[in-house]
Design a protein around this ligand. Structure first.
Ligand code: GUN
Ligand code: ZN
Length: 440
C-alpha cells in the first residue's frame, strides 16, 4: 500500500522562477523559469511545480487558485544575519561600529530584559520580514534568555523557519547586559533543549563577538557546539579596524581575529561570520578549510562605514569562502533583501566587481539556503520543499513601471527589482503555504 498523497489545497499561478544550481558556475542551466507556471501547495509543502496548462486540469474545485498574472513567484528570501532587538535603533546617526554599539545598540538592548517588550518587538520584526518577502533569517537576540524565548514563541506561533540565539556577552558591555560563562552556557543549553528542532525553530550559539566574551565564555560556546553539533554558531568577525585592534589587545597570543574563534572550536560548516571585511589570506584559509560561512551585509557596511566586502577574494580558488548575504538590521538600513542586493551591487562596483541579477536572486534563495545547510527544506520551489514563497511585481511603483516598459529579458527585470525594488515590490508572502502578507 502506498502512503496517501497529500492533496493540494492551494495553487499559485504566475511566472515561476527557482534555482537548481549556482548561475556563477552553471550559467542558464542553474535556473528554472515557467512563463505561465503553477505551484501546488498542500500540508505546508510544495507538492508540484509545472506549466499551468498541464497542472490546472488535474485540480479539483476544492483547490484555491490564486492568480498573479505578470508577477514573479519565487522561493521566500533568506536573511543570513539580522538583530531583532535593533528595530528601534535602525537609522541612528553618525557613528562607526564601536561608538554605534555603545551609543545605540547596547542601550536599546537593555529594554529586552522585559519579556513583554521582547514579545512586542518580535511580533513587529516578524511582520516586517514577511512584508519584505523574507521567510527565514538567522537572528541575534540580546543577552536575555527571556528575549530569545519570546522570539521563539512568536516564530513558533507563526510557523516561520527561523534560526536564533541568545547573545553571549560576559565583558566589555554594560552590567545590565552581561551574563557569565556559566550562566550563558546554562541558558543557551536550556534554550537549545526547548527550541532547537521544535517545529521550524533552530538554535544558533551566539557569542556577540570576541571583544565581549572572555576566553572562558568562548570555550563554553565551543563546548555547546560540541554537545550540539547540529546547532549553528553566529558571531561577528573583522568588520571594523578599531574592532580588530581591540581583539589583538585582548587576545595577544592570537595571530589573527579568526584564530581566536578557531582556538575555541567555533569554525565549521554551520558557523556564520558576519562581515569578514578586513581578512588576511591566512584568515581566509582558516575559514575556507573549515567550511565556515562569511556573511556579506552591504547596507550595514556602508552605513556604519566599515568597508567593502571583497567577493572576488571570497571566490579565489586558493581559499574559496562559502558566502551568504544579509541585512544586519539595525546596523543595516533596510529589511528588504532587494535593497540589500542593490547596495551589494554598489559595494562590488566600487571594487570593479559585479553582481549579475541572476546570481543575486540565486543568493537570496538557494544560495543562502545552501550557506545555512537548509537547501533540502527551503530556498527552491520543488516538490517536498517547505512552501515559503514570495510574489514580486517589477512594476510596483510609477518609476519601476516606467522603466519596465523598456525591459526585454528576465535578467533585466530582476536587475530592475534589485536596483529600484523594496517592500513595495512584494505582492504577497506565503509561509508554510499560508498567505501572511499581501498588498497591491
Ligand atoms: N559587532 C558586534 N555587535 C554588533 C552589532 O550588533 N552590529 C554590528 N553591525 N556589528 C556588531
Ligand atoms: Zn550584526
Amino acid at each position: 500500500m502506498t502512503a496517501p498523497m497529500t492533496a493540494p489545497t492551494r495553487a499559485l499561478r504566475g511566472r515561476v522562477l527557482t534555482f537548481i544550481g549556482d548561475p556563477a558556475t552553471e550559467g542558464d542551466k542553474a535556473c528554472r523559469y515557467l512563463e505561465d507556471g503553477l505551484v501546488l501547495i498542500g500540508g505546508g509543502k510544495i507538492l508540484d511545480v509545472g506549466d499551468a496548462r498541464d497542472l490546472l486540469p488535474r485540480l479539483t474545485s476544492q483547490v484555491l487558485v490564486e492568480g498573479y498574472p505578470g508577477d514573479l513567484i519565487l522561493p521566500g528570501f533568506i536573511d543570513a544575519h539580522i538583530h531583532f532587538p535593533q528595530t528601534q535603533v535602525i537609522a541612528s546617526y553618525g557613528a562607526q561600529l564601536m561608538d554605534w554599539l555603545e551609543r545605540y545598540a547596547l542601550v536599546e538592548e537593555q529594554r529586552f530584559a522585559d519579556p513583554e517588550h521582547a514579545a512586542e518587538v518580535a511580533a513587529f520584526f516578524l511582520d516586517e520580514l514577511a512584508r519584505n518577502g523574507t521567510t527565514t533569517a538567522a537572528v541575534y537576540g540580546t543577552v536575555h534568555a527571556q528575549a530569545a524565548e519570546a522570539f521563539f514563541q512568536e516564530s513558533q506561533r507563526r510557523n516561520t523557519r527561523m534560526i536564533a540565539g541568545k547573545v553571549l556577552m560576559d565583558r566589555n558591555a554594560p552590567d545590565a547586559l552581561t551574563d557569565t560563562a556559566q550562566s550563558g552556557y546554562d541558558d543557551s543549553k536550556a534554550l537549545i533543549a526547548k527550541w532547537h528542532g521544535t517545529g521550524r525553530q533552530l538554535y544558533a550559539v551566539t557569542p556577540r563577538f570576541a571583544i565581549t566574551s572572555t576566553e572562558a565564555q568562548l570555550e563554553a560556546a565551543g563546548a555547546l557546539l560540541k554537545e550540539h553539533p547540529d546547532c549553528y554558531l553566529q558571531t561577528h568577525l573583522s568588520e571594523n579596524r578599531r574592532e580588530i585592534e581591540t581583539v589583538h589587545e585582548l587576545f595577544p597570543w592570537a595571530e589573527s581575529y579568526t584564530q581566536v574563534y578557531e582556538r575555541f572550536g567555533l569554525l565549521g560548516p554551520r558557523s556564520l561570520f558576519g562581515h569578514c571585511i578586513h581578512l588576511s589570506s591566512g584568515e581566509r584559509r582558516l575559514l575556507s578549510d573549515s567550511g565556515s560561512v562569511a556573511v556579506f551585509c552591504p547596507t550595514s557596511n556602508l552605513f556604519i562605514g566599515s568597508g567593502l566586502f571583497d567577493l572576488a577574494e571570497a571566490h579565489d580558488p586558493a581559499h574559496p569562502l562559502r558566502a551568504a548575504i544579509a541585512t544586519d538590521v539595525g546596523g543595516g538600513t533596510s529589511y528588504s533583501m532587494l535593497r540589500t542586493l542593490g547596495e551589494g551591487y554598489k559595494v562590488l562596483q566600487l571594487q570593479d566587481q559585479n553582481l549579475p541579477a541572476l546570481m543575486g536572486f540565486y543568493w537570496l534563495t538557494l544560495g543562502n539556503a545552501r550557506a545555512l545547510g537548509l537547501d533540502d527544506r527551503i530556498g527552491s520551489l520543488e516538490p517536498g520543499r517547505e512552501a515559503d514563497i514570495v510574489v514580486l511585481d517589477a512594476r510596483a511603483t510609477p518609476a519601476m513601471a516606467h522603466r519596465a516598459a523598456r525591459i526585454e529579458t528576465l535578467a533585466e527585470e530582476l536587475f530592475l527589482l534589485m536596483t529600484l525594488g523594496d517592500d513595495r515590490a512584494v505582492r504577497a508572502t506565503y509561509i508554510a503555504g499560508e498567505k501572511v502578507a499581501a498588498h497591491g
